[in-house]
Structure formats: C-alpha cells, structure tokens
Design a protein around this ligand. Structure first.
Ligand SMILES: *Cc1c(COP(=O)(O)O)cnc(C)c1O
Length: 449
C-alpha cells in the first residue's frame, strides 16, 4: 500500500452515525469496570470507550461514529492513526523500542531535535532536548533558565496552564481541579496579569503588559527573575488570544532585563493555529519554546528548544530521563512532522478557521449568550455569558456540551470560569463533517435556549 498524505481516514467511513444512546451499553459496562479499577481522581469527560479512529471520526465500542472536535486535547492534529505516524511507529517498534538515549543513543532523537530547531521561530543557533510530557518540558525549561541566569524567580500569568506536576501546578493559575488539596507548591513562582481582551475593561494589550511588568519590577525585582513563561494563545485558560502588543512587550521586557522568555506552545504549537507556532502571529522569537501535544500524532513526546547558549549552559547529565525521546515516540513525531510539511497543514488550519468563524457568528446573532468568538486557526472558542453582561455562564456551556455529546459530537469546555466552549478539530476532518458538527452545535443552542 502506498501511503499518501491524503489518505488519513484510517479506512473509516467519514459519517456521524448513532446506533445506541450515548453512552451505549458496552461503554456503560466498561465505565463500571473503570470505576472499580481506576482511581476516582482520574476523571472522564465523556464515558464513551473508543475502539478506532481516523479522519474526523471516533468509533466507540458500541459501533457509534462520533465527530471529533477535540483531537484528544489538541494532540491528534494530523488525525488519529495518521498513516505516516502509524507506519513509522510500527517500523520502529519492530526494530527496537528502547535503549535510553543517555546510555546508547539512536538517530530518531537527533532527527526530531533537528526538526524542532528548524521549525521553531528564529534562525539563530538552537538546541533541543526531548521529554515525555508537556509538564516535564515546562519543568526543564525552568531548570535551564535558572542555570543560565543564576536567578530563581519564575514569572507566569493569570489564566496560565502549565501542567500537573508540583512545579507546574504552582505555575498553573486555576485551582479546581488542578491544584485543590495538592499543595504546598514550589516557591519563587509569581503570577502577573495576562491580557484577556474580553475582560480587560478596554485596556489594550500593551497597557496590560505595562501593568504586568510594573508588578515584576516593584514586587519581585526584574534582576531576580530567571524566566517569564506565557502561552501565546492560552489553552486551559480559555483560548485567550492576547491583545495586540502584549506578548511582544513581555518578550521585550524579558530581553531588556536578561530574563529568559519562554513560550509554552504545548497546546498552540505544531500547525494548530495556522502557523507552526503561535508566537509567529505575535512576531516574537522566544528564547525557549516548550512543545508536546501535537508534536507526535498521539505518541507521548515533548520538546524543549531554544538558543544554543542557553540550552548548552547546563552541565552534561543535568537534563534527561529514562524514557525521554523514546525511539517509537520519535518515529511518530517524524511521521507527524512530515505529514504537516507535505500537506501544508497550516493552510488547512486557516481553512478550518474560515469555515468555523462565520458559522459561529451566525449562531451568535441568534444567541447573544455568545459573548465572544475567538482563537486562531483550528483553535477556536466561544465564551458564554449571561446576555447583555460579561457574567460567565458555565451552566450553559455544560448544557451545550451534554447536548453535543448525546448527539455524537465530541466537544470540550475550558476556561478559568468553565464557560468557554472550545473546538480543536483534527486537521484531517472533512469540511462536511466539520459543518455537520456545527449544525449539531446550532441545534444545541436551540435546545438549551
Ligand atoms: C497540556 C499542557 C501542558 C501540560 O502537558 P502534559 O503533557 O499534560 O503534561 C502544559 N502547558 C500547556 C499550555 C498545555 O496545554
């Protein structure tokens, strides 16, 4: 079989089809086993157990076909079981599955780092290192910035999300469910205002940056700060696109004060927003970039990439981990990256935005509960409020989500206030399926009005 970039449906009919109620009996039975076997701390958004997936469809164990508007939280950007990813993974798994790169290395790790160095913004000399999860990449970014600057303070922003390990929980803004009861958190983490144009009472991105940098100067001392880390589009915070100039002003402040500026592109990176990295929309070249999620088509892999002098400031052996840059995960990433390059995935992300935004505007005109439509590329959200106010309406978001799920569309909510409905379709979804998903959403607005 020849693998072409177009053939991404994994042999699955690209249609929404419900043959049972959602969840169906086989899923209900599995969920009972889950509750008896899996920690209650591991929550499930929609207890529909998936058996196969491809294109824009997930097929569950009852034979229902659901439209995927979530990509497993921005991971299967190149589609589920993408043929390039699956073929590379199968081939690599048959050759060797592990040696530990720190013991006896292999070429895939080096190739992924070369790709990261080539694709991330800026043509300065770069180095990369690979890890297993986004949180681990974030932790390592902080380690590198502290060694390089010989400073300790880490600045993050309101609504930021950086992971679930101890350091990254401390860096994450939202308490419930991420932090509740898990403290104490690591010291020397400081949170300053983000730019959230919908809720900043008319203040511009640049004005918000001035508020933030003044806070850094007065409350921390810029000379004590090792790193400023910001997501160029905030993911778990609510798909918040910063106001014009905010991201660039924060990067400039970092540069002027010898602070390492880190873009957390774990959710926004790898063609999700219509550019390889969302920092490009802001005209910013970060010193370091963290990546994960979309990098490897579903294989667990994360990266840290940045200026050679910063990345090389760490002593040998200071960075690493038993599984970091696992050869099978690296093979998956090389497949995903090749697909993105060959198919011009960024153009597809922009097409998805061009389809979604007008349709969401149409829904908004009939349903003023949509306070704002925002996002970039295939990372689009609507913020739900009590009409005529900016008061969050999380209950409406939950009701819409429930309706979509029951009607075979996988949707996700997000946001500090839980009132943001977000869309992260795989780039392999057909226009027909995408439009059908939006038809279901429109029906959800009618049904929950
Ligand atoms: C998901 C995410 C993380 C954490 O990644 P994990 O792989 O879940 O550890 C960190 N930062 C951002 C912006 C994310 O979206």
């Amino acid at each position: 079989m020849t693998i072409t970039p177009e053939r991404t449906d994994n042999g699955i009919a690209q249609e929404r089809k419900l043959v049972t109620s959602i969840p169906g009996p086989a899923s209900v039975a599995l969920q009972a086993r889950k509750n008896a076997a899996v920690s209650g701390g591991v929550g499930v958004t929609l207890p529909v157990y998936i058996d196969r997936a491809g294109g824009g469809i997930l097929i569950d164990v009852d034979g229902n076909s659901l439209i995927d508007l979530g990509s497993g939280i921005a991971v299967t950007t190149v589609g589920n079981a993408n043929p390039y990813v699956s073929a590379n993974v199968a081939e690599q798994a048959a050759k060797l599955t592990h040696t530990c790169f720190m013991v006896t290395p292999y070429s895939g790790y080096v190739e992924v780092c070369e790709a990261l160095n080539r694709l991330t913004p800026g043509n300065h000399e770069k180095r990369s290192a690979l890890f297993n999860s986004g949180a681990e990449a974030v932790e390592n970014a902080v380690k590198v910035a502290r060694v390089y600057t010989k400073r300790t303070a880490v600045v993050v922003v309101e609504h930021g999300y950086h992971g679930r390990t101890n350091l990254t929980m401390g860096m994450t803004a939202k308490n419930m469910p991420y932090k509740e009861g898990f403290g104490p958190f690591a010291p020397e983490i400081y949170r300053v205002p983000a730019s959230y144009p919908y809720r900043d009472r008319g203040l511009s991105g640049e004005e918000m940056a001035t508020i933030a940098t003044t806070r850094i100067e007065k409350e921390i001392g810029a000379h004590n700060v090792a790193a400023i880390m910001i997501e160029p589009v905030q993911g778990e915070g609510g798909f918040i696109v910063p106001g014009q100039g905010y991201f660039a002003a924060m990067a400039k402040f970092a540069k002027d004060n010898g602070i390492v500026f880190i873009a957390d592109e774990i959710q926004s990176g790898f063609c999700r927003t219509g550019n390889w990295f969302a920092s490009e929309h802001e005209g910013v070249v970060p010193d370091l970039i963290t990546t994960a999620k979309g990098i490897a088509g579903g294989m667990p892999l994360a990266g840290l990439t940045g200026r050679a002098e910063i990345m090389d400031s760490v002593h040998a052996g200071g960075l690493g981990g038993t599984y970091g840059g696992n050869p099978v995960a690296c093979a998956g990433a090389l497949g995903a990256i090749r697909w993105m390059e060959e198919t011009d995935a960024n153009a597809r992300a922009r097409e998805i935005e061009a389809i979604m935004v007008p349709r969401l505007r149409e829904i908004q005109s009939a349903h003023p509960t949509i306070g704002e439509i925002r996002g970039r590329g295939a990372m689009i959200a609507i913020e739900l409020v009590k009409p005529g106010t900016i008061e969050p309406d999380a209950a409406r978001a939950a009701a819409l989500n429930k309706f979509c799920h029951e009607n075979g569309v996988i949707t996700l909510t997000t946001g500090t206030y839980g009132n943001v409905f977000r869309f992260l379709p795989p780039l392999t979804i057909s226009n027909e399926l995408l439009n059908e998903g939006l038809d279901v959403l429109a029906a959800a607005f009618e049904a929950t009005a």
